[in-house]
Design a protein around this ligand. Structure first.
Ligand code: ZN
Length: 420
């Protein structure tokens, strides 16, 4: 029989990674009870929910086995051996879903990626379809485990994850920074969001104590293998390619057809800039837009770096589409489309027709005059302000990109201002 195995919430901020644990499970399944078909899937869930796991990614893979009980035993052993069960916030769950049934979980998966879902809703699905499962402690991982199995990845990208030797877990990673830029230079955009040139950061090497050495994002298997051959690092113990919903914008809800918007969801919303953008301490930039839901605050936080310079150029009257998650009634910007640039005028003293210099006031209610040429004018003139922003799409730099955010290089749209 062919069964989708879904696993989630096995890691903590102190270590482990559900992708690594899944790879260990896949290895033991192949050694002992059957085989694994195709690539595993790494599905990122709603990035904004308050009780998410680190990175909020769940893993699933398709196994072919004779005996379901043996499969469950192997996954159970691996979770008991490797999950961070001592951490109060780690509540693993695993599900075993018949291949035929998996497609029926799509609506649930969609909801877990875009919306807020309770454990009871997951347990209801499990009960309704009698899905074999294992839960540990609170079992919150069941939500992501089910979603990872049910998610339909029409758009997807790949990630090649290399894992460290266990004796190195928790130590500083050894790698040659330049080699990652070399890789990007050769392969971009077949690989993408792995380095950030302007901020001089290797984005694909984590700094956490988890087993991951690096995770290179790309569009196809060949580019990823080539990438892995270019980067120079400490030895990797294992490598695995995951099919993911990274860089797909799958978390975004189009707000055009909604009646209301809520915190902990992510949206694309159109609006008109109300006031001048302003900075607050810490380098965060805010502005307000007028939308069909009322006025809405938007934020470009300090880590979005150069993107803030674009935001600061907005003026009242500009029409924009904002992309991002809503938290504390504020949209945290991931992307911005400038739809329409407002024409801004200022009143200035007129220019002397003879010498071309700006006239001076001739006294209260006396109009204007050029002192040198003696020319006169009655009124101030309206002059259009040169705007230094143009319509099109703008994005945060790779160093600030969220897993699910679609970089412009993957978008087939006009007016892309790509940040590489
Ligand atoms: Zn003059």
């Amino acid at each position: 029989m062919r069964v989708w195995v879904g696993i989630d919430d096995t890691d903590s901020s102190k270590g482990m990674c559900t992708t690594y644990l899944a790879v260990l499970a896949m290895e033991r399944i192949e050694e002992e009870v059957g085989k694994v078909i195709g690539f595993p899937r790494l599905v990122r869930l709603n990035p904004t929910i308050p009780y998410k796991t680190r990175g909020n990614g769940a893993v699933s893979f398709l196994a072919e086995v004779e005996d379901l009980g043996e499969l469950v035993d192997v996954v159970n052993e691996i979770i008991l051996e490797h999950a961070m069960l001592d951490d109060v916030n780690t509540n693993p769950g695993a599900v075993f879903v018949d291949e035929e049934l998996a497609v029926k979980l799509k609506p649930f998966a969609d909801k877990v990626i875009k919306d807020v879902v309770t454990l009871d809703e997951a347990l209801f699905i499990i009960g309704k379809h009698l899905i074999p499962h294992i839960k540990y402690k609170k079992g919150r991982g069941l939500i992501g485990a089910l979603a990872s199995v049910g998610a339909e990845l029409n758009d997807f990208t790949l990630e090649l994850i290399a894992y460290r030797y266990p004796e190195r877990f928790g130590t500083e990673r050894e790698y040659d920074k330049e080699s990652f830029f070399d890789m990007d230079f050769e392969l971009y955009p077949e690989t993408f969001d792995n380095v950030d040139w302007c901020n001089d950061v290797v984005v694909c090497v984590p700094g956490t104590p988890c087993p991951v050495l690096y995770g290179i994002r790309g569009e196809n298997v060949n580019a990823l293998h080539r990438a892995a051959s270019i980067v120079r690092t400490e030895p990797a113990e294992k490598r695995m390619i995951f099919i993911t919903n990274h860089a797909t914008d799958m978390h975004l809800i189009d707000a055009d057809n909604l009646e209301r918007i809520e915190n902990y969801r992510s949206y694309r919303i159109t609006g008109r800039v109300v006031d001048e953008p302003y900075d607050i301490e810490g380098g965060h930039v805010f502005f307000e837009i007028e939308t069909k839901f009322g006025n809405l605050k938007c934020a470009a936080f300090e880590p979005t770096k150069q993107f803030r310079n674009i935001v600061r150029l907005l003026k009242p009257g500009d029409v924009v589409e904002v992309y991002g998650s809503m938290k504390k009634d504020t949209i945290n910007l991931e992307k911005l489309k400038v739809v329409e640039i407002a024409e801004i005028y200022v009143e200035k003293n007129p220019i002397c027709p003879s010498c071309g210099r700006r006239m001076e006031s001739a006294g209260k209610n006396q109009g204007f005059r050029c002192r040198k040429c003696k020319t006169k004018a009655r009124e101030k003139v309206r002059e259009r302000v040169e705007r230094s922003i143009e319509p099109g799409f703008y994005e945060v730099p790779p160093a600030a990109r969220r897993h699910l955010s679609k970089p412009l290089v993957r978008m087939d749209v006009e007016g892309r201002h790509i940040f590489r």
